[in-house]
Design a protein around this ligand. Structure first.
Ligand SMILES: Cc1ncc(COP(=O)(O)O)c(C=O)c1O
Length: 444
């Protein structure tokens, strides 16, 4: 897209904010458009369009199952709003297991931390110094938990460092100590083929959650895969479609997945996600990973060569993999200022701040508990300006080496304080060009 920059010209924008959300694939967009013509409510309608929509919705479920290698007699694929919704659903059920706790790592996104903390209770395990998952610490916590830990919750890949987690090794540990594993695959699923493996494999994955909008299908649907025997009693979300029969004083819940999909489902979102998955499989995850690895290496090497730039978690390759993603700081420059200048002067879209993973970013910035306490005090007394953070560039296979080079040039200019404009910080901590951003022209 042509985006306006400070000079008054327009340049071809660079989207390095793919970890937040990805644009729809052209094929997904076309499929949604075509499906809109036949769309009708699913399951209960007898009309032709309703039957066709039901078929498409269930085909999307099969596509998800095939993508993850799910045996649908053991696990159920539930369509949800996204990863946050999926993890909250698990936490709501876990909360019913009195006295059991969920083990989380310091690496987790708030979506994979707060539901456990505030619903089921959690034990948080630390990481290695440079921010990698520490399997020994997980095992130690499981041992100390003495059977009280019912679930280990880990991300498949970090949205801050791009480190890919050893999920099957973590699963083996969880199972060895009588727990299950939940993988927050919001960042992993768009890049890696995931295999949940059969239930008798010690490294199998019990729960997997991800979001359509992070894998080229931004139409509001996400996925929760869970063991069929997990859901007991009344579902967390109740309403139409989730029941078998309701009498004046009795409710009989429907079988899975219907009992966990109360209300009218997001059929178009599910269909879009199914088409995205099929398209990615056709493109080939191995090929995409190869392209991404090349882009990622160029990005990390380039950043590490710029004086005054530090990459969170370092730039070394990681044995279980690393996404083409880097969060970095420039000495002496606020992360919000860097992000504003990249957009305003170079037309480059990135993200900045703590990326909804505060404990992890504090860890990676080597902040002490006292320093974090002082920041907490500032923030709770209305001073967000000092909130620490970093700038994140997250790439997808459609990005190019030329884009990486343009980005590195821009970071280099900023590190040398060669920005052309001045910027002002607002009370909420964000930066904007003095005089304001160029006006947004809404599309009709
Ligand atoms: C690792 C991780 N987990 C969970 C989420 C939450 O995903 P959603 O906002 O789609 O629910 C995100 C989103 O950025 C993420 O990066």
């Amino acid at each position: 897209m042509q985006v306006p920059v400070a000079s008054g010209e327009k340049v071809t924008g660079i989207n390095f904010d793919n970890a937040a959300s990805t644009p729809p694939l052209r094929r997904v967009r076309q499929a949604v458009d075509a499906f809109a013509d036949v769309y009708s409510s699913v399951h209960r309608g007898t009309g032709y369009k309703s039957r066709l929509s039901t078929e498409a919705y269930e085909q999307a479920r099969e596509r998800v199952a095939r993508f993850l290698n799910v045996d649908e007699s053991e696990q159920v694929v539930i369509f949800v709003k996204g990863t946050t919704d999926a993890l909250n659903r698990i936490a709501a059920e876990e909360a019913r297991l009195d006295g059991r706790q969920v083990l989380v790592t310091e690496m987790e996104h708030h979506a994979d931390l707060l539901p456990w903390r505030h619903r089921s209770g959690h034990v948080m395990v630390g990481l290695s110094d440079d921010g990698h998952i520490d399997l020994d610490a997980i095992e130690q916590a499981l041992k100390e938990g003495q059977g009280k830990i019912s679930l280990v919750a880990v991300c498949g890949a970090s949205n801050v460092t791009g480190f890919v987690s050893p999920i099957h090794e973590a699963a083996e540990l969880a199972h060895r100590y009588g727990a299950r594993i939940s993988v927050d695959a919001a960042q992993l699923a768009p890049h890696h083929r995931i295999d949940v493996r059969p239930p008798d494999d010690p490294g199998h994955l019990d729960f997997v959650s991800f979001s359509g909008h992070k894998m080229y299908a931004p139409y509001g649907a996400g996925v929760l895969v869970a063991p069929r025997d997990f859901f007991e009693g009344a579902p967390e979300v109740m309403g139409g479609g989730a029941i078998s029969i309701v009498t004046w004083d009795d409710t009989v819940w429907a079988d899975l997945p219907d009992r966990e999909e109360a209300g009218s489902p997001n059929v178009i979102g599910a269909v879009a996600l199914g088409v995205a998955i099929e398209t990615l499989l056709e493109l080939g995850f191995d090929q995409m990973l190869e392209d991404e690895a090349r882009l990622g290496e160029r990005l990390l090497n380039g950043l590490s060569a710029i004086n005054g730039v530090g990459v969170l978690g370092g730039v070394q390759p990681f044995p279980s993999g690393r996404l083409a993603l880097a969060s970095f700081v420039i000495d002496g420059l606020h992360h919000g200022l860097v992000a504003a200048a990249l957009s305003h002067e170079w037309g480059i879209a990135v993200r900045h701040g703590c990326f909804c993973a505060n404990p992890y970013v504090f860890h990676l910035l080597h902040m002490s508990r006292a320093e974090v306490g002082a920041v907490e005090h500032d923030v709770t007394t209305g001073h967000r300006q000092s909130l620490p953070g970093a700038v994140r560039a997250s790439l997808a296979p459609y990005n190019t080496e030329a884009e990486v080079d343009r980005f590195l040039d821009a970071v280099n200019e900023l590190a040398r304080r060669r920005m052309k404009c001045t910027y002002e910080q607002a009370e909420d901590g964000t930066y904007a060009p003095a005089g304001g951003w160029p006006p947004i022209k809404m599309m009709s």
